[in-house]
Design a protein around this ligand. Sequence first.
Ligand SMILES: Cc1cc2nc3c(=O)[nH]c(=O)nc-3n(C[C@H](O)[C@H](O)[C@H](O)COP(=O)(O)OP(=O)(O)OC[C@H]3O[C@@H](n4cnc5c(N)ncnc54)[C@H](O)[C@@H]3O)c2cc1C
Length: 409
Amino acid sequence: MTGQIVIVGAGVAGATAARTLRSSGYTGRIVLVGAEQHAPYRRPMVSKDLLAGTRELERCLLESESYWAGSDIELRVGTTVTDLCTDRGRVCLSTGESLGYDSLLLATGARARRLEHHPPLRVRTLRGVADIAALRAAIATGPLLIVGAGLVGLEVAATVRGLGGQAQVVNASAGPLDRVVPHEVSALVRDLHAEHGVRIDNDVELTGIEQIDSHGVVATATDGRTWSAASALVAIGADPDTALARTAGLEISDGILVDAHFHTSAPGVFAAGDVAARFTPQRRRHERDQHWNSAQAQGAAAAKSMLGQPDTDLEIPWGWSTQYGVNLQFAGWPHPCEDLVVRGSIADRDFIALALTEGALVGAVAVGRPRDLRTARELIAGGAVHPRADWAEAAELAELKREVQPVRQ
Ligand SMILES: Cc1cc2nc3c(=O)[nH]c(=O)nc-3n(C[C@H](O)[C@H](O)[C@H](O)COP(=O)(O)OP(=O)(O)OC[C@H]3O[C@@H](n4cnc5c(N)ncnc54)[C@H](O)[C@@H]3O)c2cc1C
């Protein structure tokens, strides 16, 4: 297998694809191009250990610098792919070079969403290592107002408290994480933050944030309420980085549209990770996962597809978040939830909550039960259906695995 493969984006999806190509026997040239200045690193650490300063970047790399140097994968960091011409099978780089390819993977990830009127100073976003220094400096100047109660906003709130700083959260929806987890778990997250001195104001529709002077910011809501702080973090989600795909005329919706095996609408061009809206056979629609494990699994599966060996057993999406040392894990599609069965106790922070649709397990959220969550992932992937009483009362969740056949994707 010779030729040349170019991978755009050196995040986990791109890096995993490169390694998978090699481990699957591809002997052609592989060029992995990354706009960030660093070798691929563990992005989830950005809002946790890296922001807290408890871990050096070297300890958060996917592979050491020496691994890449000896890997027979050409890693070009600090380099942007500026143009993609699918007719000619070529990309242009910010260095002025132009590279041909036989196959191309777009693994460009996502960019932190900004406010419509985003004041340049004292209002930050957080996506990568390059954003950390400014946010840490902002935290040091006084209370931080966090706009958005999704995973990144809440993790930053917990990290700020760990650093001895103050944080407050304003949230557009009815509860923290309530677009990801069922109401009962959202309430637990709210309580957890309250215990640590972080107030979360829900149902807040901001009109904007203004920088009042060199000392602080004021956020104003449509109902006239205001919040003052030394600085603000806007953590309202991330948009897929489809800039290149758009200029190349690829089909895009919320992300680059790919089929179940990561082919885009252009021959020889694939997409994976946060940027890709993949057709999920189980759900019969295109979906964009934004979890570390999904990006990793998709990078590996896309590499196999590029080699003509499509992987049919892609895992269902699952992810995690750590706040104040509490590790919340979720799998499948726990929200919105038709029927919730809680095994264990949410109040004691030792539970798995199972989201059911007509007896079928479609999603799960757990605290302190990693083994059960692993089992739940298999049960969701296998399309397990049982009477509600069995989901609630089986002595072990694993007992419900009987007769479950994996669903081929
Ligand atoms: C702060 C933070 C905390 C997170 N915590 C968790 C967590 O606890 N658990 C979890 O499951 N998930 C977490 N996530 C989500 C997870 O990190 C992402 O789903 C995952 O990193 C996506 O990987 P990716 O490779 O698809 O994209 P990315 O990691 O975004 O990488 C894409 C790369 O492509 C580069 N790029 C873009 N355009 C170009 C171009 N034209 N040329 C060259 N390079 C380009 C970008 O600079 C970037 O380096 C977190 C995300 C963030 C931001």
